[in-house]
Structure formats: C-alpha cells, structure tokens
Design a protein around this ligand. Structure first.
Ligand SMILES: O=C(O)CCC(=O)C(=O)O
Ligand SMILES: [Fe+2]
Length: 300
C-alpha cells in the first residue's frame, strides 16, 4: 500500500504547521534469534498487542525486490492500475477503503496468498508477463509466512507454559486476523493506541518487521493478548510504502478461547467461525469494534 504524499500546493500551505513527530521510544523489541525473548514477546502482547522484531531471517533482498515491484506498480498510469480493481475485497483500490464509505489518502493492492487468485489479478495488470512480480511476491510471502509461524510457535510455547494537522491515511482499526506482519519503508505515519485512547507514533524501521496482534488472537487468548488499535497518518512529504502479511485462519475454522487458557475462567466470547466474522466485518466500518457481536460479557 502507498500513502500518497500531499499534492504540492497543499504541502506548501501546510508547511508552517508541520510539527516534528515525537516518537515513542518504548516499543517492545523482540530478537527472534534469542529464544529467551519469548517472555518479552508475551509481555508485549499483553501490554500493547504490538512489538517490533529484529533478526527475523527474512532476506533483505526479498523485501527490497517486492517493494520495488510495488513502487513500479503504483507508478503506472491510473487507467492501468484500475485494471486490477475494484477491490472486492482483493484488487487495486484508490482512496476508498471497504464498501461502507471509509476514505483515506491511500492507494493499495490487496492480494490473497492463494496462488490462483493472485495469477488472475496480476495477469490483468502485467499482461502476459507477471512473472517478475509473482516471483518477488512468492519469495516474500514464503519467508514472511515462515517467520509468522515461528512467532506463533513462540507464543504457543509460552501459553503452554502458563497454563493536529495530520491527514488520516488509513483510519483507526484493529486487524481481524491472528497476527499481521508489517514492513514499511522509512516514512513514518504508523501509530498505535493505548487503552487510555492516546496515540503513540511508531518510529519507522525499514529492516525490521512490526507484528500486530489481531482480533482472532485476542479471542483465542480470551482477551489476554490485545488486538492493537492502530492507524496511519499521511503527514509527510514522502510516500509511505508498506507491505502487510495478514496471517488468518481458514474460512470454516472455529474461533474461541483456547481451553488450556481457561482453567475455570468464564469465556469472554462465544464461539464463531472465521466466515461469520468476515461476513459481519464486511458490513462494518473500519473503526468499528468487530468483536462486539461475539462478546459474551464486556471486557473491562
Ligand atoms: O501501512 C501501514 O503501516 C498499516 C496499514 C494497516 O494497518 C492495514 O492495512 O491493516
Ligand atoms: Fe491494520
């Protein structure tokens, strides 16, 4: 996805108002090469539902290749890009987000990791030669998927052991899936929300990944891990390019708190399938709490 830099005139008129961003320096940092970081990882999930990972094993070459392919795509004339749209929900989208009136200063290409669906979409944009894009995408997805699985395994191990003047680029929301693996270029904009409603600006880091706990993981941990509310501000003169891998369950999968975590505790959510969640999410707005429908009692 690309957060568009503002048009020149607008930038000019806003320059006087630009305040330096104050970055939050306490974003939890997890070194994936250190097995001891499991505890920190769980603490971060409970406190913020968000952390940064380093020594993640995803080759920089894969990251840069996909980013350059994405930048190439977004530099195409609008009429070309629109061949890969409209997003229903996969495909190219421009300024409108979802079907329910959310808008932002953003354009994006949402693809499923399912190979066949990717092929159809890509062929409509890249004609007969989508190979380079496809290869970059495959390399990136395989490496990121591997890392996402490692992170989930670390979480599972721990669970077992425990028996102003900014323009909104992408408005506040939580991610629906289990975890999201976010990588961006060096342009800032991402903010995460604390329980008291305040927002923390995340310093960009092009060689690390940021991991968001999503709604499904919040339910699986019966609210113990927090699905992090986040948003992206488009307040910079530079475009922000981000690539996000959403790790979610299969459509028919039942989502409910893990029995090993319950130990006589009351479940905060009723069991539902990923299909039910998605059906209700499609008729909700970006900022809505999409878990409300499935809550048994209101978490404090
Ligand atoms: O661009 C970003 O950094 C985050 C975008 C996002 O939150 C999303 O696509 O769910
Ligand atoms: Fe998100």
């Amino acid at each position: 996805m690309v957060l568009l830099p503002k048009p020149a005139l607008e930038q000019f008129s806003l320059m006087r108002n630009i305040k330096p961003t104050t970055f939050f320096s306490g974003i939890p940092l997890i070194d994936l090469s250190n097995p001891d970081s499991k505890h920190l990882l769980v603490k971060a999930c409970e406190e913020f539902g968000f952390f940064k990972v380093v020594n993640h094993g995803v080759p920089l070459e894969f990251i840069l290749k996909l980013e350059s392919e994405a930048v190439k795509f977004f530099s195409l004339p609008l009429s070309e890009k629109e061949k890969a749209g409209p997003p229903n929900p996969f495909g190219y989208g421009n300024k409108s987000i979802g079907q329910n009136g959310d808008v932002g200063w953003v354009e994006y290409l949402l693809l499923t990791a399912n190979q066949e669906s990717i092929s159809q979409r890509l062929s409509s944009v890249f004609g007969d030669n989508p190979e380079k894009f496809r290869r970059a995408l495959n390399d990136y997805i395989s490496a990121v998927k591997k890392m996402a699985c490692e992170i989930l395994e670390m979480m599972a191990d721990e669970i077992q052991a425990l028996k102003d003047h900014d323009m909104i680029g992408f408005g506040e929301h939580t991610d629906p899936q289990i975890i999201s693996v976010l990588r961006s270029n060096n342009t800032s904009g991402l903010q995460i929300s604390l329980n008291d409603g305040s927002w923390l600006s995340v310093p960009p880091d092009l060689s690390s990944f940021f991991i968001n706990v999503g709604d499904s993981l919040q339910v699986m941990t019966n609210g113990r891990f927090k699905s992090v509310r986040h948003r992206v501000l488009a307040n910079s003169m530079k475009a922000r390019v981000s690539m996000i891998y959403f790790g979610g369950p299969p459509l028919g999968e039942k989502i409910a708190p893990l029995p090993s975590l319950m130990r006589g505790k009351e479940s905060l959510y009723r069991e539902f399938t990923w299909f039910e969640y998605k059906r209700s999410a499609y008729s909700s707005r970006l900022a809505d709490n999409k878990l409300l429908l499935f809550e048994r009692i209101t978490p404090s």
